[in-house]
Every structure is written in structure tokens, then in C-alpha cells.
Design a protein around this ligand. Structure first.
Ligand SMILES: [Zn+2]
Length: 150
């Protein structure tokens, strides 16, 4: 039972809500105060853009594994990784969430997570850094890392 559900903390009253994994595609509300629970309910079928203001709710408090791609517009390897990450988001929809962070617009996040170069992928599990993948990592290697996280 426990592994089939997530704990999501309510922003308004602080109550911890247990959300069945099968219901994470729906909009969930707090069982106590009925406030909407803030996390991306679905695992989107593409990498969603996240910035400093949404990083906490989309990544740190997201109740499942997340792969974060730090990228930049001037980075050639990023241009090959972005569509690959979108493709993986579609293949792993419901299992792993994929987000992308524009390095130039989010320097605070980059320094907080010691991102020295792009592309850098960081896997988060339960809000903590699980692993880092540096550079233009080929798809089969990313898949191996994703499997290790599940
Ligand atoms: Zn509440």
C-alpha cells in the first residue's frame, strides 16, 4: 500500500495527505481544508520549464522521481538533449517527471546545485539529489540512470 501512494503536504494547513499513485493525474485537494494540493498532478509527456519560483513545488516537493535538465540557449549539446528528454518524458510518463531549467535565467538554482556546465542533468528522488549526469549523455545511459532511480 505505502509504495503505491505519495505524501503531499498541504500549503494552507500543513496536513500531510496521502495520494494514491493512480490518482496523481487528477486534481487533488487537502483532506482537511479542501485546499488544492500544489504539485503537477500529471507527469507531463514532455519536459516542462521550471524556474526559481516553481522549482520547490515542481521538483523538491514533487512526490516522485524527477529528472532536471539544466540547459542554455547557446549550448549545442543541449539542442540535441532537449528533444531526447521530451521523448523520455513521453516514454516514462507516470513514472518519472522531466523538467528543464534555463541556466541563464536561473543562476541561483545553478549555483545552489553546483551546475558548472551545461548540459547537466540532476535526478531528484524525494526532494534530494540522487545522481548527476554531466554532458551530452546518450539515451541508453540516461535510461540506465532512470532505472536505477525507480
Ligand atoms: Zn489543508
Amino acid at each position: 500500500m505505502a509504495e503505491d501512494s505519495f505524501i503531499v503536504r498541504c500549503d494552507r494547513c500543513g496536513t500531510k495527505n496521502r495520494i494514491p499513485k493512480s490518482r496523481t493525474r487528477d486534481k487533488a485537494v487537502c483532506g482537511k481544508c479542501r485546499a488544492p494540493l500544489r504539485f503537477t498532478a500529471a507527469y507531463p509527456r514532455y519536459a516542462i520549464a521550471v524556474d526559481q519560483s516553481s522549482f520547490d513545488s515542481e521538483v523538491i516537493r514533487f512526490p516522485g522521481p524527477v529528472l532536471v535538465l539544466f540547459w542554455a540557449t547557446w549550448c549545442g549539446h543541449c539542442r540535441t538533449l532537449l528533444p531526447l528528454v521530451d521523448q523520455l518524458a513521453s516514454e516514462y510518463s507516470g513514472t518519472v517527471k522531466f523538467v528543464k531549467v534555463d541556466l541563464d535565467k536561473n543562476q541561483n538554482l545553478a549555483s545552489q546545485y553546483q551546475v558548472q556546465s551545461v548540459p547537466t542533468m540532476i535526478e531528484f528522488k524525494n526532494g534530494k539529489v540522487f545522481n548527476r549526469l554531466l554532458g551530452a549523455v546518450p539515451k541508453d545511459q540516461i535510461v540506465q540512470h532512470l532505472r536505477a532511480m525507480l
